[in-house]
Write a protein that binds this ligand. Structure first.
Ligand SMILES: [Fe+2]
Length: 479
């Protein structure tokens, strides 16, 4: 039976309809001038859908097939390539010419013929570390791909058997001082287990340390934060159960009756040294940065107090000198996107700036409505001083919506925030996608360059930039 997405509730006609193609664009059209000091590789992940999911699929779209986009910058020119991650799951479905896997993280809804095949769609994030380019999805182990050709090498990447967790979060963190990666898996020993395994991985790609502990309940643990002394892994009140899965539902359901819990792990300590802090029910997935000062940890993050309320940038504080097991919370910025990034050279260190999306409803909006409903897009990137709240803003225009941005430093050792924001914009007027490049020191001046793609990309998940001092360019063009 041929593929037919019509009347699926997740895919009204428009920007988020499945795209299902791979592309190469040599020497992309560029409006403006690409800065000469911007050289390297910009990657983004996207969930696409090659086959039609069940109608009760989690409407976030996070169960789509992993798809990588690469923008290669050299000599003020850009080449583009996109490829699917050739997961075991996608290859099996292509063979069958139909969807075999069920709804988000619910194996009870899968076709019985695929019970023993890796379920990961490898669709969430991408990192270059230890000589490997890995694509991540938190319900399985990473896939390794070639950083230049984007061809898939292999799945179930487990660091030669040393990464014992059956899962790996899509949000590992790289310590800019030591070069170590901190990575972890939750539901580490199998579906619905409350086991959490945490690892330190050396710059050479060797597992050097492991912690194992149990979470107080089974909830989403999507991201972590690191300081120079600690690892923080929040457990958020989006929960699940065997009963829910047996009913055929996607894994997560909001449970505002539970407390948010945060595991604080000493990097030089053992599993027995882990301390849990608690706070009110919170809805959040991503964490900006955390720092240690006099045995007190502060962590900034986009967070909301309910399932449907908008995010704001807040600061959580953890006083390790006190016996109190609650964290404190204060508002930093009302910028309302759940996606925020920073200058990653300052991850785990004292820092000043975050870069966060914002949907400003006071701005003009000419984005066509979908099914009679107005489309509210992220129309600004804001640079926020996390200490003073001082903000400067880039507005993308009245027909565009912005995806997650990434900060690219102008040089290896330049000042924090001296560089560029890279972010994909949906051009709803032309139904095409663009990569906007904004000077982070002159946000209000508008994009210095726009890379025009002759097609549409779906909403992306996460992005990463690897400058030439981290991942060298190979040759003079995309290969
Ligand atoms: Fe994420």
């Amino acid at each position: 039976m041929a593929v037919d997405f019509r009347k699926h509730p997740m895919f009204p006609p428009g920007f988020n309809a499945p795209t299902r193609f791979e592309a190469d664009v040599y020497d992309c059209e560029v409006w403006g001038k690409i800065p000469a000091d911007l050289e390297g590789h910009f990657y983004r992940m996207q969930c696409d859908f090659v086959y039609r999911p069940p109608n009760n699929e989690w409407p976030t779209g996070f169960n789509g097939d992993g798809h990588v986009s690469l923008f290669r910058f050299q000599n003020s020119s850009v080449d583009f390539r996109s490829r699917f991650v050739k997961t075991a799951r996608l290859e099996k479905e292509k063979e069958a010419r139909k969807r075999l896997w069920g709804v988000y993280r619910n194996p009870y809804t899968d076709d019985p013929s695929v019970a023993n095949i890796d379920r990961s769609a490898s669709n969430t994030h991408i990192y270059w570390h230890g000589g490997h380019m890995l694509t991540y999805k938190e319900d399985g182990l990473p896939y390794e791909i070639d950083p230049y050709s984007l061809e898939t090498i292999a799945g179930s990447f487990d660091y030669n058997g040393k990464f014992k967790s059956k899962t790996c979060s899509a949000h590992p963190k790289i310590d800019p001082v030591s070069g170590e990666m901190i990575a972890y898996g939750y539901q580490a020993t199998g579906l619905l287990s409350n086991d959490v395994y945490v690892y330190t991985i050396s710059p050479q790609g060797e597992v050097t340390k492991e912690w194992r502990f149990k979470a107080p309940y089974v909830g989403i643990m999507h991201d972590c934060a690191i300081t120079q002394k600690h690892i923080l892994i929040p457990l958020i009140t989006r929960t699940t159960s065997e009963e829910r899965l047996r009913k055929g539902e996607p894994m997560w359901d909001w449970d505002g009756s539970k407390e948010t819990m945060v595991a604080v792990i000493p990097r030089d300590g053992e599993s027995k040294d882990i301390r849990w802090f608690r706070g009110p029910a919170r809805n959040t997935l991503h964490f900006l940065n955390a720092t240690d000062r006099k045995n007190k940890i502060t962590m900034e993050l986009p967070v909301s107090d309910g399932e449907r309320t908008p995010s704001h940038i807040s600061r959580w504080s953890f006083d390790l000198n006190s016996k109190k097991d609650q964290f404190d919370e204060e508002l930093v910025s009302v910028a309302n996107s759940p996606l925020a990034r920073m200058d990653d050279r300052f991850l785990s260190l004292d820092y000043k700036y975050c870069f966060v999306g914002n949907s400003n409803t006071d701005r003009p909006n000419k984005i066509p409505s979908v099914n009679g409903q107005p489309v509210r897009a992220t129309n600004e990137y804001q640079k926020v001083d996390v200490h003073t709240g001082k903000t400067s803003t880039f507005f993308v225009g009245d027909t565009h919506g912005l995806q997650e941005c990434m900060f690219a430093p102008r040089s290896k050792h330049g000042a924090e925030g001296d560089g560029y924001l890279l972010g994909i914009a949906n051009n709803y007027a032309d139904m095409t996608s663009e990569l906007h490049i904004v000077d982070a020191m002159q946000m209000e001046a508008g994009a210095v360059a726009v890379v025009k793609l002759p097609f549409r990309l779906r909403g992306g998940t996460h992005t990463n930039w690897f400058p030439t001092w981290q991942l060298p360019l190979r040759g003079s063009k995309i290969v």
